[in-house]
Design a protein around this ligand. Structure first.
Ligand code: HEM
Length: 484
């Protein structure tokens, strides 16, 4: 018997969705938290362009729970450690993802783990968890190292590379091999430009709010659908090939094809497609941004870079990391840099939800069926929790400093029963890519480069990340002390 999923949302017309939201809002039995609740095009546009300053300004004016009217609807934001803990852990069952104001993502991913709730989410997660256990993840090290080493052949000393585009291609190849079990060089995988298709599909989420509700030819929605269908051909043909041949490997697709929950329910083709699409998206987009932001900061902080290189000199045998070093995170300087990168730039910057029942939080009421978001990005920039939040300071994440953080303060991977299932895989991938780049090359920014950030719907450098490639400088600490 196939596991039963939720009703499809895709056929719902945007107009009836908007009307439904307005009806829900009018039916509210308790007031929304304070905030800016009048309709405003300017606010809606500014939020799409620069959500972080807007959230921090609203936090200053209204406190940790406030309302912003975005497009047609009131959206409640809850910021800070207590808010994050409330939404993701202590009161998680009062929130659903599927009806959140990111529900458009279902148009690309369908009903994968990210966008489903309740019992279906619980059962699906149980089925998928074994693929993310430590031993299983460790089996991906070789593939990640091979792919990264190979991709590094593109680095030509003296030339400039777009590190964001480079990492995106690499991360998608890794995701295809390790998660999906498909050789990215097979004729079929090469016949589509998966990284380009994801870029096209995700452009929908960077487009103007007003364009997003349009349907029909030449709309952002049509482009998203077109890209999704092309990715579908690859995914469905691999599902049917594996079903027909019985071929299995150590990838997640193999696990999903044979998976059964505690009642013997299995996953149908559509459900497997949705999970694979979700993992391909979540498994490459977030790591790409993390690597990019990390190298942007390292290029601006030579002393932090020097510490990483000294760690490599001291710990790597012949400049090569061992599998154990990559999986365990025992390169402590690198680990602190990774943690601080995810503090300052958490790629999945907002946790979108919808409330089930009305509730109270820190003296304010929030109605039932309200859009409610937590935001790691804004929460990680509250100066009372992370002093001088704009400064890049890896020492915030020494073991002692980390242990002293309040519960819910640091949430780059979310929390509770929806904590990122790919956390270990993502950390392993970023560590591996960063270690191998650092062991061979030094990357610097063009002098006139200024980082701008876009959200699509994860955050990333707006125009890519041009970086000048040089061979790695051999003994940076000696150079530093000689210069001092
Ligand atoms: C640095 C890398 C990553 C970061 C920062 C990250 C962040 C997150 C966050 C914040 C959430 C929770 C969102 C929410 O509360 O609404 C999440 C969920 C999820 N992530 Fe990741 N992620 C990363 C890598 C990955 C990778 C590599 C995969 C797949 C292999 C993945 C798959 C997922 C899935 C399937 C979910 C939904 C989990 C659920 O609801 O049960 N992520 N991720």
């Amino acid at each position: 018997m196939a596991l039963v999923g939720p009703e499809p949302l895709l056929n719902t017309s945007p107009l009836s969705v908007v009307l439904g939201d307005l009806r829900d809002e009018r039916a509210a039995t308790v007031p929304f938290p304070p905030g800016e609740t009048r309709f405003s095009l300017a606010r809606t546009r500014r939020f799409a362009e620069e959500p972080l300053p807007m959230l921090l300004e609203a936090y200053q004016r209204f406190g940790p729970v406030f309302t912003l009217r975005l497009f047609h609807a009131n959206v409640v934001f809850m910021l800070g450690p207590a808010a994050n803990h409330h939404i993701t852990v202590s009161h998680a069952s009062n929130f659903v993802w599927r009806d959140s104001h990111f529900r458009d993502l279902i148009g690309l991913m369908g009903d994968g783990l990210l966008t489903i709730d309740g019992e279906f989410h619980r059962r699906s997660r149980l089925i998928m968890l074994p693929a993310f256990h430590r031993e299983h993840i460790a089996a991906s090290v070789d593939a990640i190292v091979q792919e990264t080493s190979r991709a590094l052949d593109d680095f030509a000393p003296g030339e400039t590379i777009d590190l964001y585009a480079w990492t995106r291609h690499l991360a998608l190849r890794v995701a295809m091999r390790a998660l999906f079990g498909v050789d990215p060089d097979s004729a079929q995988a090469r016949s589509i430009d998966a990284a380009g298709l994801f870029e096209d599909a995700l452009a929908f989420y960077a487009s103007d709010y007003f364009l997003r509700v349009l349907r029909g030819p030449f709309t952002p929605w049509a482009r998203l659908q077109h890209a999704a269908r092309k990715l579908d051909t690859l995914i469905y043909s691999e599902i049917s090939r594996r079903r027909a041949t019985g071929e299995r490997g150590s990838d997640i697709l193999s696990l999903l094809l044979d998976a059964q929950d505690e009642d013997g329910n299995t996953l149908g083709d559509l459900q497997i497609r949705d999970q694979v699409m979700t993992l391909l998206f979540a498994g490459h987009d977030t790591t790409t941004s993390t690597v990019s932001f990390m190298f942007h900061e390292l290029a601006r902080h030579p002393q932090i870079l020097a510490r990483l290189l000294a760690e490599q000199d001291a710990r790597l045998a012949n400049g090569q990391p061992s599998a154990a070093q990559l999986t365990s995170g025992e390169l402590t300087q690198l680990e602190m840099v990774l943690d601080e990168t995810l503090r300052k730039y958490p790629p999945a910057w907002v946790g979108p939800r919808r409330s089930v029942e009305a509730f109270e939080f820190q003296g304010h009421t929030v109605p039932a069926r309200a859009f409610v978001n937590y935001s790691s990005w804004a929460s990680h920039h509250l100066p009372d929790v992370f002093p001088q939040p704009e400064e890049f300071q890896p020492e915030r994440f020494t073991p002692e400093a980390r242990a002293a953080l309040p519960k819910g303060a640091y949430v780059p991977f979310g929390g509770g029963s929806r904590t990122c299932i790919g956390m270990r895989f993502g950390q392993l991938e970023v560590r591996t890519i960063a270690t191998l780049i650092l062991s061979r090359f030094t990357l610097s920014l063009p002098e006139d480069f200024r980082l701008e950030i876009r959200q699509m719907p994860t955050i990333s450098p707006k125009v890519g990340l041009p970086m000048l490639v040089r061979p790695r400088t051999p003994t940076p600490l000696l150079r530093l002390s000689a210069a001092a």
